[in-house]
Write a protein that binds this ligand. Structure first.
Ligand code: SF4
Length: 277
């Protein structure tokens, strides 16, 4: 089994990354949020030790990298240490809105993650506050613009993620000039469309994404294992199950094997175009 999944990862049949939805709550309530996250939603937490155990299984199965998302993962106070432990197993990217990195939390994140094989992927959708904040909340742009240089100066590795329905070429150029000024390389800036799931679907915005549009990355949540980090989205408070692979998530070989069967049944040459990173 481990040989089979390892070969599938090597051949690109399975994505090299395993995602964990660490939690679903967030301090923000973005208008296009795929998971309807906010301060008062169901948390759907994954336990830290449990995630590390699954990460070790992922490595044995031949997966090469890990991702942590939510919600805002750093709403969980132990997250800096958890991400540090995960990065000791495999290189890890953690998605964040970067608005919690002040005071003692900033110190903990720095102590735990500086110098580790971790990228913090931070969301910023426009070069101007108005365009960004209309979707992500008042003062978000300035908080992110303040946080990124602070994190980089402390030795943390930062990526930028821009989620947009459409961005004018000039605006994209200005945003890219900004991230280069901060020291974020072009290959560490991902621009992706709003996907029509979660709040975006309720608002009638975003692109439709079927299984064949989404990277074949195994995504583990408290509700089961899903195809892609775009799979376990939430609509009207309920987790979508159209991309559910298995309810069983441990040992990881169970969902990995089931995911492989689905991936092998896809038509050849059908390359996914949407990845969360
Ligand atoms: S898009 Fe991200 S930052 Fe915004 S509410 Fe959802 S989880 Fe929070």
């Amino acid at each position: 089994m481990s040989t089979e999944t390892r070969e599938a990862v090597e051949q690109g049949v399975l994505g090299e990354r395993v995602w964990f939805y660490a939690n679903y709550h967030c301090n923000l309530e973005c208008s296009y949020c795929l998971t309807e996250s906010g301060p008062n939603v169901a948390r759907r937490l994954l336990d830290a030790d449990w995630m590390v155990a699954r990460a070790q299984e992922a490595k044995e199965l031949g997966f090469r990298t890990l991702g942590v998302t939510g919600g805002e993962p750093f709403m969980v106070s132990s997250m800096p240490d958890t991400v540090a432990r995960l990065s000791g197993v495999l290189p890890t990217v953690v998605l964040s809105n970067a608005t919690l990195f002040t005071g003692p939390r900033l110190e903990r994140v720095t102590e735990a993650l500086a110098g580790k094989d971790v990228h913090i992927q931070i969301s910023l959708d426009a070069p101007d506050a108005q365009a960004n904040d209309s979707k992500r909340g008042d003062d978000n742009w300035q908080e992110v613009a303040d946080a990124i240089p602070r994190l980089i100066s402390r030795g943390l590795r930062i990526r930028l993620a821009t989620t947009t329905e459409a961005i004018a070429e000039g605006d994209l150029e200005r945003l890219c000039a900004l991230h280069r000024e901060w020291g974020i390389a072009d290959e560490d800036h991902v621009v992706r469309p709003v996907v029509s799931r979660g709040r975006a679907a309720l608002d009638g915005i975003g692109v439709e994404a079927g299984l064949h549009d989404l990277s074949p990355e195994l995504c583990i949540t408290a509700d089961g294992a899903f195809w892609s980090a775009f799979g376990p989205t939430v609509r009207n408070g309920r987790v979508d199950t159209d991309f559910l692979i298995t309810r069983t998530t441990a040992p990881l070989s169970v969902p990995a094997h089931a995911m492989l069967r689905v991936a092998q049944a896809r038509p050849r040459g059908n390359d996914a175009t949407l990845g969360i990173r």
